[in-house]
Ligand binder design. Structure first.
Ligand code: DX5
Ligand code: ZN
Length: 230
């Protein structure tokens, strides 16, 4: 659990582990096992799984059964991003499917506290996500229970969008408050924007297009990680 206030008062600035989390949304869904191997070989610390329900976002992706099948052929921890209206009702399914950390949105219809508590009670790590226009203070009441905060750097729903630099002040604010917290950015991350987000204080970087639209996904992961070290 992050000890935010103590870190802030002491003025401690500790080195944060850089983590790359390739988003499988941009991978070839007909060859998931091979795509996962590329992430493993590139040294990805996490695998990002985007779940969309066509209600919370205007797009539909994969659900728990596909994640469960992927889990059988991959040893890298699964970072599940729920872009669904009622995450509370599906937490058991995703924990059972093999999620190691679950992010859901403060803007969803479920009760935030109950959903965080349910994730943790099932032995999983909890993370809260905020859309670009949502104030970062929305996550503050839950910080002592969260393992990560996801600051969206595009409007959720689709891969391949442009990075919104206007979201960076939220990361600066959160990093100042929580020196030890994992802060994830998701959307439009490439070899240049990873530096901007890293400088602002993010340390967990989701990348879909930048990894899977490249000639060599393994190399793309390594390059992103090097560029993130600011
Ligand atoms: C968008 C998803 C992202 C998406 C990122 O709503 O949450 O994880 O896959 O894709 P890129 O890296 O292509 O912007
Ligand atoms: Zn995502």
């Amino acid at each position: 659990m992050p000890d935010c206030e103590v870190g802030e008062k002491k003025g401690v600035k500790r080195f944060m582990d850089i983590k790359i989390s390739p988003s499988m949304l941009a991978s070839n869904y007909a060859r998931l096992e091979e795509e996962l191997k590329k992430c493993e070989n590139g040294g990805a610390e996490l695998i990002h799984l985007d779940v969309m329900d066509g209600h919370f976002v205007p797009n539909i992706s994969i659900g728990a059964p596909v994640i469960k099948a992927m889990k059988r052929v991959c040893n890298v921890p699964f970072d599940v991003h729920l872009m669904i209206s009622n995450p509370y009702d599906y937490i058991e399914d995703f924990v059972d499917a093999g999620a190691d950390i679950i992010s859901f949105h403060t803007e969803c219809d479920s009760d935030t506290e109950k959903t965080v508590d349910k994730i943790i009670s099932l032995g999983c790590k909890a993370s809260l996500a905020v859309k670009p226009n949502t104030p970062i203070s929305e996550v503050y009441p839950y910080l002592d229970k969260l393992s990560m905060v996801l600051v969206m750097t595009v409007e959720p729903g689709f891969g391949g969008q442009s990075f919104m630099e206007s979201t960076m002040p939220k990361i600066v604010e959160l990093r100042a408050k929580c020196p030890d917290l994992d802060i994830q950015v998701d959307g439009g991350i490439n070899n240049e924007t990873v530096k901007i987000a890293g400088k602002a204080g993010a340390n967990v970087f989701v990348a879909g297009s930048a990894v899977f639209n490249s000639e060599n996904p393994e190399k793309a992961i390594i390059t992103l990680k090097n560029n993130a070290r600011v």
